[in-house]
Design a binder for this molecule. Structure first.
Ligand SMILES: [Zn+2]
Ligand SMILES: [Zn+2]
Length: 299
């Protein structure tokens, strides 16, 4: 029986935090919504195309309509797209043109389905200097978005630069590199996606209260909390400062529960969408990780 006092009960913080998962699109992009909703997500992330190939099947009008309808029904918000992994916006070789074309396709697909954020890794320098790679990246984003600027601003569809572990010459390892790309892309709606596992592998130590406080203030000073729009909430299988990008189950990795709790309870970040990209190695993994994340939230 539902009593009046149960109805009146103030929502706990655990219910208010927008937690979500990355869900698959096999069988149509609308399938990702049903999976996310069934698992109790309030937000979710998808690939809008094959994440490991250059070729993409176009989205049909029917599929887009089904997606929008399913999303309205499920009430999931926001919709985050993760860009294809092959895209290297920092490249200056033959990968550059392909990357720009694929990134434009990502932008057009995102606009078509009414997505809120497109998360992209800024790319790898491949022999160029970091400064050159940062300029390449910002210029490639501008070229990919040419002619779409107004549509992006109008719909509020933001391009989010994700910080990286710094593996294999990737740029975006430090908050200052992310800031530099954002500064060069000021004429577009942009922001940052903070990945906890990447930042830890890159040298931001969430385990230690003092080091975490320094990292938060650096994030605010360089990027600004208001420009951080999505958190990728992952534990790390790889060690601190290893520069190796390996996500792990919440609370069971090298960051651990206390470190992750500092991020999800931070007063300037706790209102953001928190997307888990944790291993889906058994059918119980997603529910377990979502619960583990909820358990970290201060009531
Ligand atoms: Zn990513
Ligand atoms: Zn991520």
């Amino acid at each position: 029986m539902v009593t009046e006092s149960m109805k009146m009960r103030k929502k706990s913080r655990g219910e208010e935090v927008r937690l979500g998962l990355h869900t698959g699109i096999a069988g149509g992009i609308d399938r990702s919504i049903r999976e996310a909703a069934a698992k109790g997500c309030r937000t979710w992330q998808i690939f809008s195309r094959n994440p490991r190939g250059w070729a993409a099947r176009p989205l049909g009008d029917d599929e887009i309509a089904r997606f929008r309808e399913a999303r309205d029904e499920a009430g999931l918000d926001p919709c985050v797209i993760h860009a294809c992994y092959l895209i290297n916006l920092a490249a200056s070789d033959e990968v550059r043109a392909k990357s720009i074309a694929a990134f434009r396709d990502e932008l057009e697909r995102g606009l078509a389905i009414g997505a809120d954020f497109l998360v992209v890794h800024p790319g790898s320098a491949r022999g160029a200097s970091v400064d050159e790679a940062i300029e390449n990246c910002a210029r490639a984003i501008g070229e990919a978005a040419a002619g779409l600027e107004e549509a992006l601003w109008r719909s509020g569809f933001h391009i989010l630069i994700e910080n990286t572990a710094g593996q294999g010459g990737q740029i975006g390892r430090s908050f200052s590199e992310v800031r530099d790309i954002l500064e060069l892309s000021r004429d577009l709606p942009t922001g940052m996606c903070l990945d906890t596992a990447h930042s830890f592998a890159a040298g931001y130590d969430w385990r230690d209260a003092g080091a975490a406080a320094t990292a938060f203030s650096e994030l605010d000073r360089l990027v600004g909390f208001e420009r951080v729009r999505v958190i990728h909430f992952n534990d790390s299988k790889s060690a601190f400062e290893s520069r190796v990008d390996r996500h792990w189950h919440i609370g069971h990795g090298e960051i651990g529960a206390d470190g992750l709790a500092r991020v999800i309870n931070h007063p300037k970040l706790c209102h953001l969408p928190f997307i888990l990209e944790t291993p889906q190695d058994d059918p119980g993994a997603d529910p377990r990780n979502l619960q583990a994340a909820r358990d970290l939230i201060d009531q």
